[in-house]
Design a protein around this ligand. Structure first.
Ligand SMILES: [Zn+2]
Length: 109
């Protein structure tokens, strides 16, 4: 991996993450609004009120696991120790060229 590779992968990861967050909050907002506007005691109101907790609390852990999976799939980890190279830790790796955890060289340049 080169420095440019890591920067590009981090940018890709962030771009996808924004879309995932948009989908999640749109779903949550949709359920909230649907619950508020559906006539009381209607089937729609019951469906919306029963989907709020699964959407709100069920999708959240799924999103976290999915982000961790994407970090791994995009190769945003140190090839020596597997430490994540994201966010501030990724910036540190880019500026020093070394893993923040095991201090191995991470770029082949
Ligand atoms: Zn490492």
């Amino acid at each position: 991996m080169t420095r440019d590779d890591l920067q590009r992968r981090i940018a890709d990861y962030r771009k996808e993450g924004r879309w995932n967050a948009l989908v999640f909050f749109t779903l949550l907002f949709g359920v909230l609004v649907g619950d508020a506007v559906a006539p009381q005691d209607s089937l729609a109101a019951r469906i919306f009120s029963h989907t709020f907790y699964p959407v709100g609390f069920g999708l959240f852990p799924v999103m976290i696991v999915y982000s961790l999976l994407r970090i791994w799939m995009k190769g945003l980890v140190c090839s020596h120790c597997g430490a994540r190279l994201m966010g501030e830790l990724g910036e540190k790796a880019i500026s020093t060229g070394r893993c923040w955890k095991c201090e191995s060289k991470i770029f082949e340049e």
